[in-house]
Structures are given as C-alpha cells and as structure tokens.
Write a protein that binds this ligand. Structure first.
Ligand code: PDD
Length: 285
C-alpha cells in the first residue's frame, strides 16, 4: 500500500511520525474519509469543504489549497490499484514539545493520507439489515468537527460490537436523536423519511446529503427536523449512512425488531436509487 506523508509517497511500512506529534499526544487534528469509485474521488469538493470547516473549527491553517489537495489525492488514487477505494486524510497540528497551548510560532502540520480498497456491505448484510443499540450521546458539543480525537465514538461503537450489533444510535439529553457512533441515522414513519437537522451535535455527512438529494429527485417524501427519542423506538424503519457503508437498514434496536424486523420498502427504494446513482453518476464523473 502506498501512502502519503508530509510531501512524499512511500510504502506504508516506511511511514513514521515522531512521538511528539500532537495528533499522537493530544488527538489534536482532523480527518476526512472519501470514497473513490472507478478511480474518481466522490464529491471531492464537498469533502474538501468539510475539511476546511474542521480545520477552521480547530484553528489550524489548511496546509494545502484545494488545487493542491486535488493533485495529491489524484496521485494517491493512481498509486493504489483498487478500482473502488476509500481514502483517509489526516492532518495534525504537528510536532512540538508537549504543551496544551498551540506551538508558538506555529510548526509544520503533519499530513498523512492512505487508501484502502472500498468494501461496501455484502449482499447478505443488505438482505438481513444490521442490529444497533441505543446509548446516551456523551460526546462534546462540537461533533460537527471531524476530529481525530475519537475516543467517545470508539467506546460507543464498541458497546454495540460487545452486544453483537453493528452500530450505536446516540440520544442527546435523554431526548433526541443525533447520529450513530460512526454514521448518520434516519428514521422512517408512515412513508416519510426523517433526518435530524445538521447542527453542532452531529457530523454533516456527505452521504446524508446524497440520501436527501436522492429522496428529492425521486419524489420520496422527507422532512429534516429534530427527532424525539420516542420516535426512534416507534419508527417503521431505521437507516444508517456513511461513505463506507453507503445506506444500510437497521433491523433491530436494543434487541427488539424495528418495524417488522426486516429491511423495509424505504430502504429498498433508497438503496436501489443509491446504486443507480453510483453507476450512472458517480462512476461517470
Ligand atoms: N465516519 N457521523 C459520524 C460520527 C461519522 O464518523 C461518519 C463517517 C458519518 C457519516 O459521514 P459521511 O457520510 O461523510 O461518511 C457520520 C467515517 C466513515 C469514518 O470515520 O470512518
């Protein structure tokens, strides 16, 4: 696997960073995950915009212009062979003596990128759906920043793995839905797709936007509004989205069936449209 680190492409075995990197010491950095279809980065402009938003959120100057990022990313995709890839971009505040305060003067940020083959959910999982558990959202108040300090997400996601499930659905203040530990969550009630509004308490998913665009383009009724905790447990369907999982049906929640316990008609429609969109739009950009 060829990766990129601070200006150079190299085999992953040769990539290393100093132990005083603030990403290692403080989790002081941000990241992006970008799917690549047929060797083309999907919605690159949107991902770079979100990256800029995250960098602004942690007050770190973007080390590259969008044009430079595009060139580096195109180069990384070419150096890796898989037709569909998932790119990981990671920027930290750089290497400095350990002090919570920002290095002054600022030091060179660390920039790391890697690519892995993109493995979308297998047919069996699409057919069965996945299990989820619910948990209080105990993260900070800037979940809109794609920060590398993911300890709360890691612990929350592991709770679902320990329960034999795939995702943890997060409820803020015992009252409303935010998102999953590593995905966005939608509910379906009476044929309407409902999405929580983007705010500081959730990551603005690029796949979330794609799903709502697909709904709009195909006259599927949808609403973006706050979703009460009770609505999650009384939903006809639950869906999760992310760049790597695309769209998946959640068929059990806290060990109880969601709706009739099978992927529903809304999932079937959206998944089909998503695959059509990939074939007809994403692979032809
Ligand atoms: N995670 N919310 C959280 C907390 C996430 O970590 C992710 C994605 C999403 C979905 O965003 P998008 O549709 O842009 O992938 C929502 C990535 C895949 C990860 O950390 O690996």
């Amino acid at each position: 696997m060829t990766v990129y680190l601070n200006g150079q492409f190299m085999p992953i075995e040769e990539a290393s960073i100093p132990v005083l990197d603030r990403g290692f010491i403080f989790g002081d950095g941000v990241y992006e995950v970008i799917p690549v279809y047929s060797h083309v980065a999907f919605r690159l402009a949107e991902h770079l915009k979100r990256l800029q938003f995250s960098l602004d959120g942690i007050r770190l100057t973007n080390p590259h212009s969008d044009r430079e990022w595009t060139k580096l990313i195109t180069d990384l995709i070419k150096r890796n062979t898989a037709e569909d890839q998932y790119l990981y971009l990671h920027i930290t505040r750089g290497v400095a003596k350990r002090d919570h305060a920002f290095p002054n003067p600022a030091v060179q940020p660390t920039v790391f990128m890697m690519s892995n083959p993109l493995l979308t959910p297998p047919a069996a999982l699409l057919a069965s759906g996945v299990g989820a558990i619910s948990a209080p959202d105990n993260r900070w108040l800037r979940c809109d920043i794609k920060a590398i300090s993911l300890l709360p997400n890691v612990l929350l996601r592991q709770m679902s793995i320990d329960a034999g499930c795939v995702e943890t659905i997060l409820i803020r203040d015992h009252s409303f839905l935010t998102e999953g530990a590593a995905s966005n969550i939608f509910i379906v009630k009476n044929g309407v797709l409902l999405a929580p509004p983007k705010d500081n308490l959730m990551l603005p998913g690029v796949t979330y936007d794609v799903l709502l665009e697909i709904a709009a383009a195909n006259s599927i009724p949808f609403e973006v509004r706050k979703i009460a905790k009770e609505e999650i447990f009384n939903a006809d369907e639950l869906l999760l989205t992310s760049s790597t999982k695309e769209v998946l049906a959640v068929t059990t929640l806290d060990n109880k069936p969601v709706g009739n316990g099978k992927p529903g008609v809304m999932f079937a429609k959206l998944h089909k449209h998503y695959q059509d969109f990939k074939r007809d739009v994403m692979r032809k950009t």
